[in-house]
Design a protein around this ligand. Sequence first.
Ligand code: HH2
Length: 268
Amino acid sequence: MTWRGCAVMGVLNVTPDSFSDGGRHTTLEAALRQARSMRDAGALMIDVGGESTRPGADPVSVDEEVGRVLPVIRALSGEGVLLSVDTMKPEVAAAALAAGAHLVNDVTGLRDPAMRRVCADSGAPACVMHMRGEPRTMQRAPHYDDVVVEVHAFLRERSREVLAAGVPSVLLDPGLGFGKTPAHNLALLRALPEFTAGPHPVLVGVSRKRLIDTLAGVPEAAERDPGTLALHLHAARHGAALVRAHAVGAHVQALRVQSALDRPADSA
Ligand code: HH2
């Protein structure tokens, strides 16, 4: 998988309880409609998730999660859509890859060696994300001496281990909102050039997250796309290769305009 500039990963949560799109795509028909609309709007890839990672979310069983994501992945892979599966469970990742998913997006950063084996055995790249703690409790007073240094060191070390286990390639993600205060998230966003200067592509995902409410006073998650876009344009300008977003069309348009601005003065 190679591409130039910053591409968009469309978020598709087939869950009843995701913080912004929970319950909206729980039928196969609704999920496929949303996925196709994101593909048509220019998403490079669709990230299909069957378990919410929002703070306080209840875990779901392997069977439940597989039952949510597999029909969607099967149908979309038959249409040639690039797919990532957003899961913390090796069993779910294995089933999704067998059904046609191309990438594993694991918010635990492939902590479980079994997840590394699943990716290595099927030759699938992985997104290694930083999270402090567990989804259920991660926002209870997270503390770092230096969030940028610690997240960067974690991603360097974990990606080395994951690649050594035979996973062909990795995307790195600082995990905005995962065990981080607004100040931590901002520090990481400001330090993005340090992450994107490394050898691996970087994914940034702040879509509709609470940080936007903190920064701009938008209590409704569904109304946070303008703030999301501002942060994702910043990420793209500082070298992010992929932004994970709900509002794909707006992102694709804004990223095209930004990249036109960044081209040499004599080109259109
Ligand atoms: N954020 C969420 C879920 N998965 N994966 C990566 N790599 N990076 C992220 O920032 C990220 C992620 C949380 O957002 P969402 O999927 O919209 O909500 P929920 O977890 O409630 O389903």
